[in-house]
Design a protein around this ligand. Structure first.
Ligand SMILES: Cc1cc2nc3c(=O)[nH]c(=O)nc-3n(C[C@H](O)[C@H](O)[C@H](O)COP(=O)(O)OP(=O)(O)OC[C@H]3O[C@@H](n4cnc5c(N)ncnc54)[C@H](O)[C@@H]3O)c2cc1C
Length: 530
């Protein structure tokens, strides 16, 4: 790399416009956005084989989250394209409600998702990747504190005009299974010590949150004849506006998935399962005082569901594939940090899982986050000039929430390097705008996830019109590229043509009355404008 400069034997110094700490969902979008805006960008991440790892469920989108992915795509981000290329099941959720709240969701191949993201990073100009762990934020003290860069555990000093922290659940992460506690950022990955303290000593407030994940099951040990199949949809939904069989603008470097589409499966817990789980509650870190921090209310553990709804005799579970080449399956709805023997014994009380084999137990994790009310709408710190934060470190939960913030932080960091304007999306423009406005104005007292109900303008924020809302603006900023802009302009022209035709064309009774009669409705007497 040309920009490596050997400063001394003990220390190597790198110099960039923007350095992004953490290659998760926020970090990858931030790094790509910043580099695509023209800033010389470095992504520092602890493990290049875990780029954009889906810590929990290997699925993207869902209610309100699907809209965020559509917005990321309309802005020129990557999450939609990576999802399209690695999806193994698509569904449109909420179709029983009005189209404004329809939400796309895709189950993905976990391993291929990582490698597709790595391909995206490799293809991005202006972007380098450095595998290392940032352990200290470097700040210049003065009238106003200004970020200088970061230092890593291997002694590299990385200087940058802007630093974007997207460290996810890794900061002082502590894993819990029953009474056993192990430090870690995710299962089998190290926690990051000291980095939080190098930030909080400048007046930035941190606190703790908690989340959890369920067991992973070997599909060869499941009796599928006792489960109910939940197939995907034949309708070819796609996340990216520039992909899919519905348009001819599929670019050569982006093909929607060619992976086989796989079903998910449903099953219910039963009173015997609940009896075993209740028996383990005294060893539950959630109920024996071991975990003090607050978890996501809308993603409760199975033990929390039993305690909150003691009269319920069953809870629905979804068995979801982790990929096309693996026997590993994810048991959605069975998140737990009970002792592993309790988790496995309880599973075996469901006939389909009588002989179940488990790859890894469920666990809970506690981690640091930073008070997002100390950020501006650009996601830049109010206290340290040039420091940006995005993703789980701002108190959110979810890949999509993280990615949306990452993109916004990446754009703003790049703009700051050139001293240009800032990029803020308003509440009537995007779910990402709602998310960031909620974070920086209201703060968080529990992990924040997006819902359609959080957006008062949700009728305007449809999953199918994010390109109308955002693509032109992003192109003017320099993020969305020409092919995306041209595709949108052609679509826009098509919409205008249809709209003008409808305004000007008067339909005649003889053209429509047979159809109206067939529909059981009133016939026309006169010409009527469409
Ligand atoms: C056990 C568990 C269960 C979860 N369950 C759910 C759930 O049910 N529903 C839900 O919506 N979300 C859940 N999540 C949260 C979801 O995984 C996150 O919201 C999402 O991954 C956040 O993305 P991120 O980019 O902010 O961070 P992450 O995806 O965590 O990525 C952080 C990245 O930063 C790197 N990193 C960290 N510190 C450093 C450093 N100092 N130097 C270099 N690299 C660093 C890490 O290696 C990692 O690659 C769960 C997470 C975990 C761990």
């Amino acid at each position: 790399m040309s920009n490596f400069a050997q400063k001394s034997k003990a220390m190597m110094t790198l110099k960039y416009d923007v350095v992004v700490i953490g290659g998760g969902h926020a970090g990858c979008e931030a790094a790509c956005a910043s580099a695509n805006m023209g800033a010389k960008t470095l992504l520092v991440t602890m493990d290049m084989n875990k780029i954009a790892q889906m810590s929990c469920n290997p699925a993207v989108g869902g209610i309100a989250k699907g809209q965020i992915v559509r917005e990321i795509d309309a802005l020129g981000g990557q999450m939609g394209r990576v999802t399209d290329a690695t999806a193994i099941q698509f569904r449109m959720l909420n179709v029983g409600k009005g189209p404004a709240v329809w939400s796309p969701r895709a189950q993905c191949d976990r391993g291929k998702f990582i490698w597709e993201w790595r391909k995206k990073l490799d293809e991005t100009d202006n972007l380098d990747v450095w595998q290392d762990q940032a352990c200290e934020l470097l700040v210049e003290e003065g009238k106003k504190k200004t970020v200088k860069g970061v230092r890593t555990i291997w002694g590299a000093e990385i200087l940058a005009r802007c630093v974007i922290v997207t460290a996810g659940t890794f900061l002082n992460g502590l894993l819990h299974i029953g009474r056993k506690m192990v430090t870690g950022g995710r299962i089998a990955e190290p926690a990051v010590a000291d980095f939080t303290e190098s930030i909080t000593r400048h007046g930035i407030r941190s606190a703790r949150m908690k989340t959890g994940t369920p067991v992973r099951i070997d599909k060869r040990s499941v009796d599928f004849s006792l489960l109910t199949m939940q197939p995907g949809e034949n309708h070819p939904y796609r996340f990216s506006y520039c992909s899919g069989p519905q348009n001819q603008y599929e670019t050569s470097n982006h093909k929607p998935t060619s992976l086989p589409q796989l079903p998910c499966w449903t099953v219910n817990t039963n009173p015997e399962v609940h009896r075993i789980l209740r028996g383990g509650l005294e060893n539950s870190p959630l109920y024996n005082g071991q975990i003090h921090s607050i978890g996501p209310r809308y993603c409760p553990s199975i033990e929390t569901k039993l305690v909150t709804f003691p009269d319920r005799e069953q809870h629905p579970l979804f068995l979801e594939p982790e990929g096309v080449d693996t026997n590993e399956m994810y048991l959605n709805g069975f998140s737990s940090s009970l002792p592993m023997e309790t988790q496995i014994e309880a599973l075996k009380m469901m006939p389909a899982f009588k002989n179940v084999k488990v790859y890894r137990p469920g666990y809970a994790i506690e981690y640091d986050f930073f008070d997002p009310t100390q950020l501006k709408h650009t996601l830049e710190s109010k206290l340290i000039d040039g420091l940006f934060m995005a993703g789980q470190v701002n108190g959110t939960t979810g890949y999509e929430e993280a990615a949306g913030q990452g993109l916004a932080a990446g754009v703003n960091a790049a703009l700051k390097c050139t001293g240009e304007q800032t990029f803020v999306m308003h509440r009537d423009e995007s779910y990402i705008g709602v998310l960031i406005d909620d974070l920086v104005t209201k703060g968080v007292d529990e992990p924040y996830r997006m819902f359609t109900s959080r957006a008062e303008y949700r009728i305007l924020l449809r999953q199918d019109d994010a390109d109308r809302r955002l693509t032109e603006r992003s192109y003017e900023l320099g993020l969305a590229k020409r092919d995306r802009y041209d595709w949108w302009m052609e679509k826009k022209q098509g919409i205008e043509d249809i709209s003008n035709f409808c305004k000007s064309y008067a339909i005649k009774p003889r053209e429509i009355n047979d159809a109206l009669e067939h529909l059981g409705t009133t016939r026309l007497q006169f010409d009527v404008n469409l």
